[in-house]
Design a protein around this ligand. Structure first.
Ligand code: THU
Length: 134
């Protein structure tokens, strides 16, 4: 376990995780973002009786950030309770990437703290982003 380097962000991710709506998977996930300007946002997974309509915790946090006019992620904490790492799904890697630089930090956590930290470049190498549209 790595030392938590941003307790406010970790705590926010925990609070979000504890609000997850997961009647189908029972797999709670929370995400918390700190922007480069220091603002904090969070989200939880929200499932749906029509299963594919469920949304991931990261998507909720990003929507909240963009709603507030922020588009640059400095770091993101993702937390779950499972034994394995709750690494962002493929779709969420791309969602995070849209608002990241190669050095944006992704911290994968369990209730006890950070389990693994990685950069955006490590999480999604050779990614397609806004610059690829030029
Ligand atoms: N989930 C997330 O919220 N984020 C991820 O990156 C991985 C998966 C959620 C979706 C679903 O509600 C539950 O975890 C099980 O897949």
């Amino acid at each position: 376990m790595t030392q938590i380097n941003n307790k406010a962000l970790f705590d926010l991710a925990v609070q979000a995780m504890n609000k997850a709506y997961v009647p189908y998977s029972n797999f709670v996930v929370g995400a918390a973002i700190q922007t480069v300007t220091g603002e904090l946002y969070s989200g939880c997974n929200v499932e749906n009786a029509s299963y594919p309509e469920g949304t991931c915790a990261e998507a909720g946090a990003i929507a909240s950030m963009v709603r507030d006019g922020q588009t640059q992620i400095d770091s993101i904490y993702v937390i779950g309770k499972g034994e394995q790492l709750v690494t962002p799904c493929g779709g969420c890697r791309q969602r995070i990437r849209e608002f990241s630089t190669p050095s944006t930090m992704i911290h994968i956590c369990g209730p006890e703290g950070i389990r693994k930290s990685m950069t955006m470049e490590e999480l999604l190498p050779f990614s397609f982003g806004p610059d690829n549209l030029k």
